[in-house]
Design a protein around this ligand. Structure first.
Ligand SMILES: [Zn+2]
Ligand SMILES: [Zn+2]
Length: 114
């Protein structure tokens, strides 16, 4: 057993991670949910991005885009594990900044029906 790692606000994982994407459509809006494992603390985490919505000030996430686009995504680790020395202003994560590969660019219906 390895002891839980400490919160590290300076931790940056520069390699692009491949997370599993789930797309949920709701009218003109779509939310993209990326799930994977934080390589820094090895905890599972999920992060959701929304697109197409008006820029309502709700949560104030790191930059909301109009569409998914091909650029990589950046997110702080949002695992639910309690890491030591985590500041009270950070409810989740180990402090690492992660780079996630964008969802597969398929604007059409997902996959062919058998
Ligand atoms: Zn983490
Ligand atoms: Zn963690």
């Amino acid at each position: 057993m390895t002891p839980p790692i400490e919160y590290d606000a300076d931790a940056v994982h520069t390699a692009v991670l491949t997370f599993r994407w789930v797309v949920r459509r709701n009218g003109d809006d779509a939310s993209y949910e990326a799930s994977g494992t934080c390589p820094v603390c090895t905890c599972p985490m999920t992060r959701t991005w929304s697109f197409g919505q008006p820029p309502v000030a709700k949560g104030g996430f790191l930059g909301r885009r109009k569409e998914p686009g091909p650029e990589p995504y950046y997110t702080m680790c949002e695992c639910r594990t309690l890491h030591m020395n985590r500041p009270a202003s950070e409810p989740r994560g180990c402090g690492a900044l992660l780079t996630i590969a964008p969802p597969p660019a398929s604007g059409q219906s997902a996959g062919a029906t058998p």
